[in-house]
Design a protein around this ligand. Structure first.
Ligand SMILES: C[S@@+](CC[C@H](N)C(=O)[O-])C[C@H]1O[C@@H](n2cnc3c(N)ncnc32)[C@H](O)[C@@H]1O
Length: 382
């Protein structure tokens, strides 16, 4: 039976996610802002949770209908047979997102949906499930536009960018699905040399390693669908077995990471060790301004310090021109991608981007700049 799902993702990655979902077997794939709707059966939902590198979560559509008042929201939510979806002993939480919703208080809407779920349980089970807003077993997501309410059950639980390997964060790490999406946009393919010279906790390199070794990003974690009443344990066990069989043997890969901060390199090392992937990547403490290219050509992708988050604007204004010179002098033959919220960056580096792709890091508007470092570009740029 075909179910309706919605997978939110970082803004800017919608069409990449649509392509990924199609590859995974989804039907009726329709990208909208910040996510992609799709249809499929339950094994597909499990597969997307297990394999999607770009989705933030997978929401299962339970109810959809028009509303004009809080009372109509309550009635729509009350009409859902919640006890057929999850057990009364599971805790739950409701989160509400709205766009152009005419109702006054979203908190009140959330409260009415919670009441409706509890009342429905009381009707059929004689008691109600507890609410746990911090670590609920079951998450309900309500989406209201100007006229319609959609209710979803979250099949993922913890967001999918939490792959389960990150024990050590460091400063300002990228979300894993955003890093995977950026890698996708660079066109990098396993086997091509990849360098992140300001690697922090190593997110780009970790995502690249998982892709190269064909490791399903969700293999090391659990999912909320395992707690739903309709959970098909056999189908899930089969998908996991298949994913385990697809992992390629751990081996050294052409992946290099460095950072000038010893603690960042320690974080990255700990993360790779935790994922059982220490031997696949070369990590070292080094200032990017002293780095030599580790191969004749490849993809350099990085997310440098950003003024508002780390470091200070004046220091960065000195740093970027020097970075531009290093790239021109030592990275001829490489394709360089820089992900940043700082629009001064190409000007300060004195490099003209061949492409700039708008992306969001949470609410922060960013760009992925591509600078092809063709041999001789140094002279031309000057
Ligand atoms: C925004 S963080 C990168 C976060 C990383 N993408 C992650 O997901 O964890 C920027 C990193 O650049 C490093 N950095 C700053 N200046 C550097 C330099 N001159 N050479 C090498 N690394 C530098 C910082 O130590 C920091 O780890």
């Amino acid at each position: 039976m075909s179910e309706h799902f919605f997978a939110p993702c970082p803004r800017g990655l919608e069409s990449a996610l649509a392509a990924e979902l199609t590859r995974l077997g989804a039907a009726q794939v329709s990208p909208v802002e910040s996510g992609v709707g799709f249809q499929g059966d339950w094994p597909l939902c499990y597969r997307v949770n297990l394999w999607s590198r770009l989705a933030s979560r997978v929401l299962w559509r339970i109810a959809h209908g028009p509303y004009q008042s809080e009372e109509e929201v309550y009635r729509l939510a009350r009409a859902v047979d919640w006890p057929s979806y999850f057990d009364v002993d599971q805790t739950f939480a409701v989160s509400t997102v709205a766009r152009r919703c005419p109702l006054k208080s979203l908190n009140f809407v959330t409260l009415r949906i919670k009441d409706a779920v509890c009342d429905r349980f009381r009707d059929t089970r004689g008691r109600r499930p507890n609410v746990d807003t911090a670590r609920p077993a079951v998450r309900l997501a309500a989406f209201l536009d100007a006229t319609h309410l959609t209710l979803y059950l979250d099949t993922s639980g913890e967001a999918l960018f939490k792959r389960g390997w990150r024990k050590s964060k460091g400063e300002a790490p990228l979300k894993e699905n955003l890093a995977a999406g950026i890698l996708h946009l660079t066109g990098w393919q396993p086997g091509v040399p990849l360098l992140d010279p300001m690697c922090g906790s190593g997110t780009f390199l970790m995502e690249a390693a998982l892709m190269a070794l064909h490791i399903a990003p969700g293999l090391g974690r659990g999912f909320a669908f395992e707690r739903l009443e309709n959970f098909d344990a056999q189908a899930w066990a089969r998908l996991r077995r298949e994913a385990e069989a697809e992992c390629r043997p751990r081996q050294q890969l052409p992946l290099w990471g460095s950072d000038s901060d010893a603690a960042a390199v320690r974080h990255a090392r700990r993360n790779f060790a935790e994922a059982g992937l220490a031997p696949v990547v070369a990590l070292e403490r080094k200032d990017v301004l002293e780095l030599e290219a580790p191969a004749a050509e490849g993809v350099l992708v990085t997310n440098p310090p950003y003024g508002e988050r780390i470091g200070d604007l004046a220091t960065l204004a000195e740093f970027y021109p020097r970075l531009g010179s290093v790239l021109k002098q030592r990275f001829a033959g490489w394709r360089v991608f820089i992900f940043t919220a700082d629009t001064r960056l190409p000007g300060l580096m004195r490099l003209k981007p061949a492409r700039r792709t708008p992306l969001y890091n949470g609410p922060l508007a960013c760009r992925l700049y591509e600078f092809p470092m063709v041999a001789g570009s140094h002279r031309r740029q000057r």
